[in-house]
Design a protein around this ligand. Structure first.
Ligand code: WTA
Length: 654
């Protein structure tokens, strides 16, 4: 758990007048008024927003039903709509020739501009290709693609015909992809021959081939081409070459009428125990929430050039590269590369070339760039920028200040957006035209979000306090279930504190009602903004035949936010050599993916356990945090002598 505790009193940064001038929500009074209405009359408030943000084939009858206790939350009952129509068709008359997607390739300056009309044509062709292969409403479709426009088009093609997409981040390994394909029973997989990132080539098709080997559920693999490498294997019985199929398809495809509560997509995310869960979002509620948060958080205006430089494989990409901006008819930048390629000026070069007005990234990227100095930033004209967003983990005040002062030159608003895969969109954020900023705080609750801070016994705490962050009443963007396992949904989110949704995060509320996220309370890590369960890394490690036991904890990492520290016991007769260490690192990379690579591996004689055999993670965390002086009482351990041995081995590997 990282701490963002500031040295009090916290400095308050005023709202920047050039941003507030034409903002949708101007000033704190307007925010408070709207917020109060959203809490007192959620049905009225969200009913209005749903009709304002989206176009419905058939209006809904009831705005909201159900609650946390039964886990039967539903929004906009009886309403019929289609996500793809809301992202494309409804803009055709007024914005047909406007750029919908501005794609920047891995190579600087190589780009594609896709208008809303183009987007309709290409999406429809993919949708028709899917229909031809038998994909129907309610089917799940796995997507394992690089950051190319065809990925967005495929998402929109799925939602157009009512197929439920399940995107697997292209950094996941074949094993991880296979698990997700099987769990969601996806009969179709979309991929590309290869991907490009930071000058490197990613063998995506090869990984898909490995993943589906022996998996009978998969009928077909739709293959786009990114690199055109002729060596990439093609299996005519299963593979479908989209470059050949696309020209044969009709460029219009009628859209399916989806119920507001029909599933729209599944996205796997990590929890503290077990396998990743397929969080399921529904059409009407998710889309209303993604569109509304995107509009207000970034204060979207018609002429904005909006860039969220995340990956579509994570929820940030779903809500804030694709569905949020496109529902609002915005121009959304899709970025294939990394902040460091070919050098640390890449983001700002992008800002200058495209005149980006709203920019959204993660603290880990900011910290990495900060280490390379101001020159890479100053070289480029950033005068178009107005709002700078951050997401994924608490931002440390130094990084916040660098973002605000160096990148934004004190002329931009920083929006620190706190949310989760499960919440569908931002739940804690200071709106740019309204809320003064504090470095490291995610600000105030978004409309309709009624935060509560509870103590360990579940008692709600008032005023200035710190504890377990929960939400008191449902909002439209809440995930409705864990796909195929509603029991797990109830036990993870609703059961810990009956009557509340439990976020899994700790938070502090200050005297101004601002929230400061202190990090996960459970065994979930945020490393470089990627969410990983310690249990997943542990099970990858123990799958290796030299490992007896593994315990994984997070530790503060200068760039990644949290690093991954693994304590491992080996079977008798095997030494913890560098070669073993390398093998175990490789093991985690191949079972999960490169982004889960351990930062520290410590071989220990045994793990600290209570007499009943429970691993005392608290001790392992203290050691990894370099706080061995405050380990405290170890007398309950079965073997207290193991602690000094672990400390010695830990220091040795540093
Ligand atoms: C953390 C990412 C502090 C938090 C959108 C949460 C944050 C988890 C912030 C969800 C923020 C996300 N400040 N912590 N602005 N944003 N988190 O599902 O611990 O990948 O529970 O969604 O990231 O991660 P997820």
């Amino acid at each position: 758990m990282t701490s963002t505790k500031p040295t009090t009193p916290e400095k308050v940064y005023s709202v920047v007048p050039r941003v507030a001038k034409d903002a949708h929500i101007k000033g704190i009074t307007q925010y408070k008024k709207e917020y109060q209405r959203s809490i007192e009359d959620p049905e009225g408030f969200w009913g209005e927003k749903a009709r304002e943000a989206l176009s419905w084939f058939h209006d809904f009858d009831v705005a909201h039903y159900g609650g946390f206790d039964n886990g039967d939350v539903a929004w906009f009952l009886g309403g019929k709509l289609n996500a793809s129509v809301n992202c494309i068709d409804r803009h055709i008359v007024t914005r047909g020739d406007k750029t919908a997607i501005l794609w920047e390739s891995d190579e600087p300056g190589v780009h594609r501009r896709i208008t809303y009309k183009d987007l309709l044509t290409e999406t429809c062709k993919i949708a028709n290709a899917m229909l031809t292969q038998g994909v129907r409403k309610g089917d799940t479709v796995a997507i394992y693609m690089p950051m190319i426009p065809e990925l967005i088009m495929t998402m929109l093609a799925c939602t157009r015909i009512g197929a439920i997409h399940s995107i697997v981040f292209a950094g996941f390994s074949a094993d991880a992809l296979r698990d997700r394909i099987i769990d969601a029973q996806s009969k179709w997989v979309f991929t590309a021959d290869e991907g490009k990132r930071g000058g490197r080539t990613l063998p995506l098709k090869k990984t898909v081939d490995e993943a589906i080997h022996g998996v009978h559920v998969v009928k077909n693999v739709f293959v786009f081409k990114r690199t055109n490498n002729p060596k990439v294997p093609f299996h005519p019985k299963i593979d479908l070459d989209m470059t050949k199929i696309m020209p044969l398809m009709r460029p219009y495809c009628p859209a399916e009428w989806m119920d507001s509560e029909d599933y729209m997509f599944i996205l796997y995310t990590s929890g503290s125990t077990g396998k990743p869960k397929g969080v399921a979002h529904t059409t009407g509620g998710y889309l209303t929430y993604a569109a509304t948060t995107c509009k207000y958080t970034f204060d979207l205006q018609e002429d904005d050039v909006y860039a969220c430089v995340a990956d579509c494989g994570w929820i940030t990409g779903h809500s804030y590269i694709v569905y949020g901006p496109l529902c609002n008819g915005a121009t959304t930048v899709m970025f294939e590369s990394t902040p460091m390629y070919p050098d640390c000026g890449r983001y700002w070069d992008l800002v200058q070339r495209y005149g980006i007005t709203k920019f959204y990234t993660a603290p880990t990227a900011i910290r990495a760039l900060m280490a390379h100095g101001k020159e890479f930033v100053k070289k480029y004209n950033r005068s178009t920028l107005k709002v700078l967003g951050t997401v994924g983990e608490p931002i440390n005040p130094e990084a916040w200040k660098w973002y605000y002062e160096v990148v934004g030159e004190k002329k931009c608003m920083i929006v620190d957006t706190y949310w989760q895969t499960e919440t569908g969109g931002h739940i804690g954020v200071g709106l740019p035209g309204a809320a003064p900023m504090k470095a490291g705080s995610c600000g105030l609750p978004f409309f309709g979000i009624d935060f509560a801070i509870l103590d360990d016994q579940g008692k709600e705490l008032e005023g200035v306090t710190e504890g377990r962050l929960c939400i008191k009443s449902p909002w439209p963007g809440l995930a409705r279930t864990v796909y195929g396992d509603h029991h797990r949904y109830l036990s993870v989110y609703m059961a810990p504190h009956p009557g509340y949704y439990f976020t899994g995060d700790g938070a502090r509320r200050d005297a101004d009602g601002y929230y400061w996220i202190t990090g996960r309370i459970d065994d979930v890590l945020s490393t470089s903004g990627h969410r990983i369960g310690t249990a997943e890394v542990e099970s990858a490690l123990v799958a290796h035949n030299v490992v007896t036991e593994a315990a994984v904890v997070g530790f503060p990492h200068r760039v990644k936010g949290e690093g991954i520290c693994c304590y491992i016991t080996l079977i008798h007769g095997v030494d913890g050599t560098n070669a073993v260490m390398k093998e175990l690192t490789q093991q985690v990379r191949s079972i999960i993916g490169a982004f889960a690579t351990p930062d520290i591996i410590v071989f220990v004689p045994s793990l600290p356990k209570t007499r009943s055999g429970k691993i005392m993670r608290r001790i392992l965390r203290k050691i990894a945090h370099g706080e061995e002086d405050s380990i405290g009482d170890v007398s309950t351990l079965a073997d207290p002598d193991v602690v000094p041995a672990i400390i010695a081995n830990f220091k040795h590997v540093l």
